[in-house]
Design a binder for this molecule. Structure first.
Ligand code: AOF
Ligand code: ZN
Length: 363
């Protein structure tokens, strides 16, 4: 199963909106005779790749065991059911890490395998598989993407100087690592403030990647300039606006290929929770946020942040902007008990910087 998990992990950045799955098939002596991993969307699943691999290597699958990091699917999606392929191949036993939370599968895959007389064992690697596919599980179960907020800050928590200068607080090593996290996300989210200030690309370029995440912009008043650099060939840009319409600007942005959605809250700004639900409907699993202190603050205040990816540079800035502002709707905190509770998941050195992953308590 460790090998199957490693295959799944290697597929992770290429398979959104599908979960990354690995599959290893062994013969009755326990020798590996086939292996595979999920292919980019529309392509074969891990089990099919492993069955094909074994066949290409001339092995019979009769009586074999398949180790797979997710319940084999039982439905006809973009591809056919893996269950049927495993049964047809003559496999005798399936060891799976965890049930598929997709309501179209959700136990039906295991039931079908058992009905065909197969031995099914569920559990090994379950936590790891779920972690690899945390966005997929979030979308299927909570109907909202897994929201990971990336912040680069000085050791005193500043993300920019008072004059807005923020490039570059952290090192090249930290920025490259940031691109690896962008690459595994289904989409990158930013705010129009960042677009106007930095004219960023927000694409994946510092690491190899077979696909570019979609780009989502929170733009209440439709201020995104149609000439912004972020309109890259072949990349989808989704802009969420508030109540105000601006037909001329909308036409210019659509001409650049943007998809526009008005989702106003009662204040006429973007309803962020509704936007996340909409992004889940658009099959966004992990949403990687790189925004300024205002949008960060709104996401925090509304309890929408699942995870923080914080790069800390060994620089002391002293003045300047914090990671997020207006986090507390009631105004500045007067009691520490009101602080948003997090749990540290990991801490690592990247060149001269630190990377800290923290998760909202209970997520
Ligand atoms: C598997 N093995 O490797 C993966 C699975 O549209 P489709 O046909 O590609 O199906 C996508 C669904 O299949 C996805 O939502 C999830 O439930 C499951 N993913 N299942 O047996 C795999 N990636
Ligand atoms: Zn499948």
């Amino acid at each position: 199963m460790d090998k199957a998990l490693a295959l799944a992990s290697a597929a992770q950045a290429n398979v959104s909106p599908n979960p990354a799955v690995g599959c290893v098939i062994t013969n009755s002596k326990g020798e590996v005779i086939g292996q595979g991993q999920t292919q980019p969307v529309g392509g074969p699943h891990a089990e099919i790749m492993a069955i094909r691999d074994a066949a290409a290597r001339g092995h019979s699958l009769v009586g074999a065991t398949a180790y797979v990091t997710l319940e084999p699917c039982s439905h006809h999606g973009r591809t056919g059911p893996c269950c049927d392929a495993l049964i047809a191949a003559g496999i005798r036993r399936v060891v799976a890490s965890i049930a598929d939370p997709n309501p179209l599968v959700a136990g039906e895959g295991f039931a079908r395998l058992r009905a065909a007389g197969m031995e099914v064992h569920v559990g090994p690697g379950g936590a790891e598989s779920r972690e690899l596919n945390i966005g997929f599980f979030s979308r299927m179960i909570r109907k909202t993407p897994w929201l990971r907020m990336k912040v680069a800050a000085s050791i005193d928590g500043k993300t920019a100087l008072d004059n807005g200068v923020s490039q570059w607080i952290t090192s090249e090593a930290a920025r490259t690592d940031g691109h690896a996290w962008r690459a595994r996300a289904s989409a990158v989210l930013t705010g129009v403030g960042t677009v106007l200030e930095d004219n960023p690309l927000l694409d994946v370029r510092l690491v190899e990647s077979g696909r570019q995440p979609h780009l989502v912009i929170v733009d209440s008043q439709l201020q995104t300039p149609p000439e912004a650099r972020l309109f890259l060939p072949g990349r989808s840009v989704w802009i969420y606006a508030g109540a105000r319409s601006n037909p001329e600007r909308e036409a210019a942005l659509k001409a650049r290929g943007a998809t526009l959605t008005h989702l106003p809250n009662p204040n006429g700004k973007v309803d962020l929770a509704a936007m996340l639900a909409d992004l889940a409907r658009r099959e966004i699993n992990e949403l990687h946020v790189e925004a300024g202190h205002k949008l960060n603050g709104s996401l925090m205040r509304d309890g929408l942040v699942d995870e923080l990816l914080v790069y800390l540079a060994p620089k002391f800035i002293g003045s300047g902007m914090g990671m997020a502002s207006h986090v507390h709707a009631e105004g500045p905190l007067t009691e520490l008990a009101g602080a948003l509770p997090l749990e540290f998941r990991s801490v690592e050195m990247l060149g001269p910087d630190l990377r800290i992953v923290a998760r909202a308590s209970g997520r």
